[in-house]
Design a protein around this ligand. Sequence first.
Ligand SMILES: NC(=O)c1ccc[n+]([C@@H]2O[C@H](COP(=O)([O-])OP(=O)(O)OC[C@H]3O[C@@H](n4cnc5c(N)ncnc54)[C@H](OP(=O)(O)O)[C@@H]3O)[C@@H](O)[C@H]2O)c1
Length: 277
Amino acid sequence: MILAITGPTSGIGSETLKALVSDYEKTLILARNPKKAKILIASLPSNLQPRAIFIPVDLSDMESVSKAAVLVKQEVAQIDVLINNAGGIFQNKEVTVDGFELTYSANHLGHFLLTNLLMPLLLNSSLPRVINVSSEAHRVARPDFTDLQYEKKEYSSFNAYANVKLFNILFTKSLVDRFGDQGLSSYALHPGVVKSNFGMDTSGIFKIFWKLAKPFMISPREGAKTSIFLAKSKIDKSHNGYYFKKRKPNKPSSEAMSKKLRDRLWEASEKSVEKWM
Ligand SMILES: NC(=O)c1ccc[n+]([C@@H]2O[C@H](COP(=O)([O-])OP(=O)(O)OC[C@H]3O[C@@H](n4cnc5c(N)ncnc54)[C@H](OP(=O)(O)O)[C@@H]3O)[C@@H](O)[C@H]2O)c1
């Protein structure tokens, strides 16, 4: 069995990886920072370290995502579980090398491209799963498909983040629409409000609120529990495509259930990354 996880160098991803690594023959560490990846691998029990393989990837750079998929294909012929965990909220609008707004690119588009490029490997597994780490923030999303890159309206870090976390759920359901009949399961989840490095790239009111909330937040180990549950447990077929919270299915917003919105997102995403598909 092969596991692949994005963003395992910090917070929830790190705890998810540490809990799962012993269950898999190989674990692909998809991370952007080689130093952090090395430290992470060195922190694993020595007998497990050879099972962890570092694959460099910056999810906000589509060329890097495309190269990572090539490296993964050289390492393994199948993937059983892919956990799209990496993400973040960014205070100021930043435009990536490909011309995309950073929140959209790092939280959604990079994972959209990566998952599609790795789909043949996932479909080589008898029970493939894609797990997307979303957030309760999706409930306040107000996506504007005519201006996904914030070229016309003023950038808001929280609005951009809420939108991409909605996109994580829409993407989950689209994966089931498109690949469910080939055996693919996909789930989205809210990890809880977790004391991690999340929110460190912010300032102003959000940072003050986030600092004040820290004593009430759960640990990354606690925050990893739903990701671990979704990777390991037998889940009823009727829950394929569902959003989970505290290891249980949870009803997401009505926007998250909209077929029209998810088809629109898929089309827009496919168009954005067609050069690398
Ligand atoms: N913390 C919360 O309360 C909370 C609540 C709901 C949802 N979430 C979601 O949970 C997930 C994990 O967040 P966390 O709380 O564990 O935050 P974190 O400690 O900041 O970890 C984020 C991870 O994503 C990686 N990452 C960020 N941008 C990347 C990029 N462009 N390319 C590759 N990797 C990138 C980071 O890499 P580096 O180590 O190199 O920075 C890090 O490993 C995110 O999707 C977040 O939206 C968090």
